[in-house]
Design a protein around this ligand. Structure first.
Ligand SMILES: [Zn+2]
Length: 167
């Protein structure tokens, strides 16, 4: 793979539910940081196996319930780094609310919203959702991935995003 080329992506059957207001918050955070990359943390509930457990759609995909905008400690247009203290704070707040940090969002200001080779190499947790907000086009694009860096054949798997209505 040549440097800068997006990793090969396969689409899995997995879904990630994101409230419309969280999508708006992520896009606004990305737009504010532009031309630098923005980043933040996704708070939510991991989906439990088996249909009907959530009482709504019957889908067992993970659900995002909140978004924590973070500082990009790298202050870069190409990479992002969440300050450890911000991750710790978000984890504590999520835990005290009976939830967890289930993923991370960052923006791509001038490239496609696919994980870069650096994103794949530095993905810390295969159980996390990696949401990328793409600002390359007029309308922001929001995509979500699983990244399993140890799976050389298919390290990146795109999930379907289901935007849930405002409450
Ligand atoms: Zn990236």
């Amino acid at each position: 793979m040549a440097p800068g080329e997006p990793a090969t992506t396969t689409v899995s059957a997995e879904t990630l539910h994101i409230p419309a207001e969280v999508v708006d918050q992520m896009v606004a955070h990305a737009a504010t940081a532009d031309p630098l990359e923005a980043c933040g943390l996704l708070i939510g509930r991991p989906g439990r196996p088996g249909p009907g457990d959530s009482g709504d759609s019957g889908d067992s995909g993970d659900s995002v319930t909140g978004f924590v905008p973070c500082t990009n400690a790298a202050a870069s247009a190409r990479v992002y780094r969440i300050p450890p203290v911000e991750l710790l704070r978000a984890e504590r707040a999520a835990e005290s609310a009976g939830q967890a940090v289930i993923g991370v969002m960052h923006s791509h200001t001038h490239t496609e919203p696919f994980p870069s080779p650096t994103d794949v190499a530095e993905a810390p947790d295969p159980s996390w959702h990696y949401v990328i907000v793409g600002l390359r086009r007029t309308v922001a694009e929001v995509r979500s991935y699983r990244i399993v860096a140890t799976d050389a054949a298919a390290p990146v798997r795109e999930s379907s995003i289901v935007v849930t209505p405002l409450r």
